[in-house]
Design a protein. Structure first.
Length: 453
């Protein structure tokens, strides 16, 4: 366990037999209060992986207490790193003792982000072995883009029994001009980390532009890496043989780096507030990171006020007002996030009209809709990528088995909106990305309980 101070060890992540019981509101918009957003899961994991490139401890603040952070911390510890929480609750990682270059199989197969460790390990030690990464079951998630990028940087690889072994040339990785056939967040981050120690210049073209990629680049640059162009389709990295180091503050220890707020959690809370909130304040967030969702909800008639680091969503003045429906087509940033597709589909079940949901990023990510139909939603699944949603339709409480992290959170939202009691199993999947979600929801009036067997 890596949570040794500041906050109690979160031993409730993940308990495989935990489940949630939710008493729904039956369509009432009565929730009120503040929902603080935690640090971004998808920014925290690559930041933790970057510790392998530092010459001493890396201190990260605003790290969420979630299952995936726990797994990443355990993998780093298995490799030899020292991982702990300080008295401020910050995560401190000292990867200098690391000598191992094989990722622990059982841990690595628990989440796809484990592959991010391949970049810094290959760059620092010249070799890496890792199993095919795991994570949520949402269709094919190939890693060929990673392997092709490493090959262009001079690495060789072989695969046997679903284990990949990569070796860099004896002289180290070399800079390369790498074009991604399709934008990939994890691929961009992995090769960005590797390129900071490669010889010469690396260009990542058609790179992912997500805020999490920008955050990682800014963290690395603040620590001595030579990077420019993040947030655009082309990122340039000039490699250096030196390990990275956070600058010291005058007369004080090295500073910590604060992880950006979780935009997926922000968007999910915003959708919940629109459907079931009287007045919900979403704090410690970055509204600009979910601009597309805010604009879509406003066109639907949702009353959303955006501040610098907060959002306020209020129920319509006239009771019974139905929101207008809108279409969704998932796309890489700044388009509509695939991770918000399921919560947004729940919103559409309560909006007036018919809308098309088009999932363009992953295969099979609409499978959860059958459970919404069982709750009373009017959804027609056209194929693995498209579904039409007619609304509004009242939802009824049911027993649900969360298939993945994001759909599990969507089930929670649907259960809150529904009439009657719902039981949501596989709480550990939700725990992977949302810190103590039931405790935060209770504070705004949600009737929810976690049950542990």
């Amino acid at each position: 366990m890596i949570y040794k101070a500041a906050r109690e060890p979160y031993n409730t992540i993940p308990m495989a037999d935990d489940f949630f019981i939710v008493q729904g509101l039956g369509g009432k918009r009565s929730l009120s209060g503040e929902l603080p957003v935690r640090g971004s899961k998808n920014a925290a994991l690559p930041a933790m992986a970057s510790s392998l490139l530092f010459d001493g401890p890396l201190t990260l603040s605003n790290i969420p207490l979630i299952g995936d952070v726990e797994v990443m911390g355990e993998m780093l510890e298995e490799l030899g790193a020292e991982v702990k929480r300080n008295s401020n609750g910050d995560l401190v990682i000292d990867a200098q003792p690391v000598r191992a270059t094989s990722l622990p199989r059982e841990l690595a197969k628990q989440m796809r982000a484990s592959v991010i460790l391949a970049g810094p390990l290959l760059a620092r030690f010249g070799e890496i072995a890792f199993p095919h990464p795991g994570g949520c079951v949402i269709g094919a998630r190939p890693i060929d883009l990673f392997l092709e990028g490493f090959q262009k940087m001079g690495a060789e690889y072989e695969e046997a029994d679903s284990v990949y072994r990569l070796r860099a040339p004896k002289t180290g990785l070399r800079g390369a001009d790498i074009f991604f056939r399709q934008p990939t967040v994890t691929g961009t981050e992995t090769l960005l980390l590797a390129a900071t120690r490669a010889h010469g210049k690396t260009l990542l073209r058609n790179a992912a532009m997500e805020p999490e990629v920008v955050f990682l680049a800014e963290l690395l640059r603040a620590s001595g890496a030579h990077i420019k162009g993040e947030g655009t389709p082309t990122i340039e990295i000039i490699g250096t043989e030196k390990l990275l180091r956070l600058p010291a503050q005058a007369g004080a220890p090295r500073k910590s780096i604060a992880v950006i707020p979780d935009r997926i959690e922000t968007g999910s809370f915003l959708i919940l507030g629109a459907l079931a909130g009287k007045d919900i304040s979403i704090t410690h967030c970055e509204p600009e990171h979910i601009r597309i969702l805010i604009e879509l909800l406003r066109t639907a008639g949702v009353n959303v006020e955006a501040g610098k680091d907060s959002l306020l969503v209020r129920a319509p003045i006239k009771k019974g007002t139905a929101y207008k429906s809108f279409g969704i087509k998932t796309h890489e940033y700044p388009g509509f996030p695939t991770d918000l597709q399921a919560p947004a589909t729940v919103f559409l079940t309560q909006a007036h009209g018919e809308a098309l949901v088009h999932e363009t990023i992953f295969d099979g990510r609409l499978a959860y809709t059958k459970d919404l139909v069982a709750m009373g939603a009017d959804i027609a699944l056209w194929d693995a990528h498209r579904a039409s949603v007619k609304g509004p339709t009242p939802l009824r409480g049911r027993e649900l088995h969360g298939p993945d992290l994001r759909a599990g959170l969507a089930y929670l939202i649907a259960a809150i909106v529904a009439r009657g009691k719902s039981v949501i199993y596989n709480a550990q999947l939700i725990d992977r990305g949302y810190e103590r979600i039931e405790e935060r929801l209770k504070k705004i009036g949600v009737m929810i309980e976690r049950v542990s067997n």
